[in-house]
Design a protein. Structure first.
Length: 442
């Protein structure tokens, strides 16, 4: 039944081929708090370790609770397989390390979360992987950065603070022409955008955000679309076409389809190589918490999007607001992308430039009573933060401006409370910040 389900509201509850626990018939997904699994016999154990058959070996690599979550998110995104990891940041790291090694490069969008910029610009550089940046306003900028060592394209569907939707198909088409996969971070737009349908090869999420939704657990996931030919150009994708000595010379692009009957080499390699060696496993307790959030994600996204649109309408008319940033407020091609790629809403993130600069922005945040001042997004609660001094504070002034983070910019993550209460809190805080920005006459 679950393979026929297409609607996200139903996938969140019934996806992943889980109906009940085979041992107890429990309907809720159990938390399998175990490190290890009993092997039937020595032959079975040997086959599992040799990848001649698939099954549970050790919770660092796989776990039955995590398995249900992986299958449900894969179904939600329209992918063939998924791998959970300990955080969204781990998911970003795994996506790159699963394509590139020392001496290689990837081309990334300039519109990125600050933590990802630090990972790409500094940490990966120390590992010998170069990250080149392309302005997504013109998709052709990605092709200009390609050389023989380019292994992947990377972007966020709805990056903050710009909140300009990425040209998924345009860049994916450029990538496929060069046998380069497009990896999309879809954290900010589950349900409302399906990057795999537009040509992306891999989708990742910080499960901490909208999918988890309750600000209680941290997790990440990689979804293999099963739609990219890793063997089409052996020189372009050496990690999938050259023998891996850590697995007896396995050539992942060939052995995985032979073993599984599916084109999921990306997911399998991420699991049996990167999870095995780096150990960034998602705890089953956290997987259970994220499953609870996933069950209502589709419903919450409707409320996030609806509330955000009402907030945008309010903010654009307020006298103490200089500018509002939201996907539907962009002009020309940027606005067209939102219509082309988003269905059922435009996201729950709103950017606002408060009149009066940095001091007025700080006063605005400190005057909010219902909104939480936290670093997260995608929570059921409404949240606010000043990126220049927090989430993006480790960037240089040039990097801040390139990322769209101006001194007075405030990021709002609109929750699922009643919109009247959200707007009332914003209104009173804006009125206070407006008074604070008026300089007394000397």
């Amino acid at each position: 039944m679950t393979k026929e389900i297409k609607n996200p509201e139903t996938i969140g509850l019934h996806g992943g081929e889980y109906r009940s626990d085979p041992a107890t018939t429990a309907v809720a997904v159990p938390i399998y708090r175990t490190t290890s699994y009993q092997f039937k016999d020595t032959d079975t154990a040997a086959n599992l370790f040799a990848l001649k058959e698939f099954g549970n070996i050790y919770t660092r690599i796989m776990n039955p609770t995590n398995d249900v979550l992986e299958k449900r998110v894969a179904a939600l995104e329209g992918g063939l397989a998924a791998v959970t990891v300990g955080s969204g940041q781990a998911a970003s790291t795994f996506c790159i390390l699963n394509c590139a090694q020392a001496g290689d490069n990837i081309v990334s969008s300039t519109d990125l979360y600050g933590g990802t910029v630090n990972l790409f610009t500094h940490t990966l550089k120390r590992l010998g992987i170069e990250v080149r940046y392309a302005d997504p306003t013109d998709p052709k900028n990605f092709e200009k950065q390609v050389d023989d060592k380019t292994r992947a394209f990377y972007a966020e569907t709805l990056p903050n603070p710009y909140l300009r939707v990425f040209p998924i198909k345009e860049v994916a088409d450029i990538g496929r022409k060069n046998n380069i996969p497009l990896i999309m971070d879809n954290t900010s737009s589950p349900i409302i955008c399906k990057p795999l349908e537009h040509g992306a090869a891999v989708v990742m999420h910080s499960l901490t955000k909208y999918i988890g939704g309750h600000g209680t657990v941290i997790g990440g996931i990689l979804v293999d679309g099963g739609n990219f030919d890793w063997t089409a150009n052996a020189k372009r994708q050496p990690l999938y076409n050259e023998p891996d000595p850590s697995y007896g010379g396995a050539v992942w692009g060939k052995v995985v389809p032979e073993l599984t009957g599916a084109n999921v080499a990306f997911a399998v390699r991420a699991r049996v190589v990167l999870l095995r060696d780096l150990g960034s496993a998602l705890a089953p307790d956290n997987a259970f918490g994220i499953i609870q959030g996933l069950e209502t994600c589709a419903l919450r996204m409707k409320q996030h999007c609806s509330n955000a649109e009402k907030v945008v309408d309010f903010l654009t008319k307020h006298k103490n607001v200089d500018k509002v940033i939201y996907p539907t407020l962009h002009k020309g091609e940027l606005a067209a992308r939102a219509k082309r790629y988003f269905k059922g809403g435009n996201g729950g993130l709103v950017g606002v430039e408060v009149k009066g600069g940095v001091e007025a922005g700080k006063k605005f945040i400190e005057s909010l009573k219902m909104f939480y001042h936290v670093a997260n997004i995608g929570d059921a609660r409404s949240l606010a933060i000043h990126p220049a001094t927090t989430t993006h504070s480790q960037l240089t002034s040039e990097e801040l401006l390139a990322a769209g983070v101006t001194p007075g910019y405030v990021r709002l993550s609109i929750g699922i409370e009643h919109h009247d209460d959200i707007i009332a809190d914003l209104n009173q805080a804006l009125n206070i910040s407006g008074n604070a920005s008026i300089k007394p006459v000397s």
